[in-house]
Write a protein of this length. Structure first.
Length: 427
């Protein structure tokens, strides 16, 4: 079993290559300039830019439909429809039923909601298995259950390529394990985990499987039925939408578990997991961001429905992103004194996202990000809330990593600009 990386299958090509000119024309923010240079948004792992249709959907909602839900008048009924449409869109995006989709402010809040509900049923002697690769939003909500006597275990990693040690993970799943919580992909180093195998291992022991798909969602298709996961959470602002969180839960779990909620809130599923007034305008934007992805797919292949269009879009996206990944890996390998954390073998590109965590001798990550920013190249420095990983690798005390992250609207020219800037900084 050895590690958690996925196999590298031959990628099914889209009928047409990604129309990058059309893609970039959809995102007004990409036209910005900094110090006379075009802005290169290589900060996708922290949040992507949004297409014009998302902005239009948000403003249209506020202009024509702004009301609370379940009222006996036109704008309230429009709001009910906006929410229903967004559930249907996310059901197509994730491959589930619309009544298995719940909305919240962000993935973190939704994960706390589920962990607290599951925690009602746990006590001393029960165990939860986490990993050293995960964002803290898939760590702290589960660690909060330690106050109930729950024991937290951590699956280890291989430091040389920042992949999960699946043998270690499997050995720590026991009859006492109640939840296995793991990221689909690492937001810090880009590793794609073999979540289907991890879900199977959890279920064989009678445990629930909770998947954090926040970082994976902009890069690859998600099929919760195929994964058979019990829960999966993502954030739409990471895949070209507004700042919102989305939770998939198997209907049986959303029905059986008892959420913490106000009395007046309905007990209907999935609304019982949504308390307080939701951000209706951003929910309107969710439908628009899914429709953007679907249109990209329709421009690439002949499809019969929105789900197929989304899958076609990701075939085009992955083909383009792997070109960017290969170019970036080759260029990073030519920079003296640069250390890349994560998978560096171009033959294993199917096992990583186009997200690169690096350090350069003599420069702190903040200094690197600042100098790149002055050149109009937007990157991140720090730990990106992947705190267990930066501590495990011994870089937390020294500023973490410089993270360079690409999505499908980025170009090969932007890869070259980033590499040239790093070479210049190094010299």
């Amino acid at each position: 079993m050895s590690n958690s990386i996925v196999d590298s299958p031959t990628l099914t090509p889209a009928s047409k290559p990604l129309d990058l000119n059309w893609v970039r024309s959809q995102f007004p923010a990409l036209a910005q300039r900094v110090n006379g240079r075009p802005a290169a948004f290589l900060d996708g792992p922290g949040g992507t830019q949004v297409p014009q249709r998302v902005m239009d959907a948000i403003s249209d909602y506020l202009r024509t439909s702004n009301a609370n839900t379940c009222g006996a008048y036109a704008t309230s009924r429009r709001t009910d429809l906006v929410i229903a449409n967004a559930r249907a869109a996310m059901a197509d995006f994730l491959g589930c039923g619309a009544n298995e989709i719940a909305f919240g402010p962000n993935m973190t809040s939704l994960t706390f909601a589920i962990s607290r509900a599951i925690g009602r049923e746990l006590g001393s002697g029960d165990e939860i298995l986490l990993t050293h690769l995960d964002h803290d939003a898939n760590v702290s909500p589960w660690r909060a259950l330690e106050e109930r006597g729950v024991k937290i275990q951590f699956a280890d990693i291989y430091e040389e390529d920042c992949t999960l040690n699946l043998d270690d993970l499997a050995s720590k799943i026991t009859p006492r394990t109640k939840v296995v919580a793991v990221g689909y992909a690492s937001n810090a180093v880009g590793t794609i985990n073999d979540v289907k195998t991890i879900v199977r291992l959890a279920h064989e022991a009678g445990a629930l499987a909770y998947i954090d798909a926040v970082h994976y969602a902009p890069h690859g298709p998600i099929d919760v039925r195929e994964l058979d996961c019990d829960f999966l959470a993502c954030s739409t602002y990471k895949f070209f939408g507004p700042h919102m969180g989305v939770l998939y839960g198997k209907r049986e779990h959303l029905t059986r578990l008892t959420p913490y909620k106000v009395r007046a809130n309905t007990d209907a599923v999935p609304q019982r997991w949504e308390w307080g007034t939701l951000n209706h305008e951003c929910i309107a934007g969710i439908t628009a961001c899914v429709e953007y992805i679907a249109e990209l797919g329709r421009r690439s292949e002949e499809v019969s429905d929105r789900r197929q269009a989304i899958q076609a879009a990701y075939r085009a996206i992955q083909n383009h992103e792997r070109t960017l990944t290969g170019k970036m890996l080759r260029g990073l390998g030519e920079i003296p004194g640069l250390h890349l954390y994560g998978i560096s073998d171009p033959a294993r590109m199917a096992s990583r996202c186009p997200t690169f965590a690096v350090r350069i001798e003599g420069q702190t990550p903040l200094e690197l990000a600042t100098r790149l920013g002055e050149c109009g190249i937007f990157t991140w420095d720090g730990n990106y809330y992947a705190l267990n990983l930066t501590e495990r690798l011994g870089v937390e005390k020294d500023g973490g990593f410089l993270r360079i992250g690409f999505v499908h609207y980025n170009t090969e020219d932007e890869v070259e600009r980033a590499l040239e800037a790093l070479q210049l900084i190094r010299r």
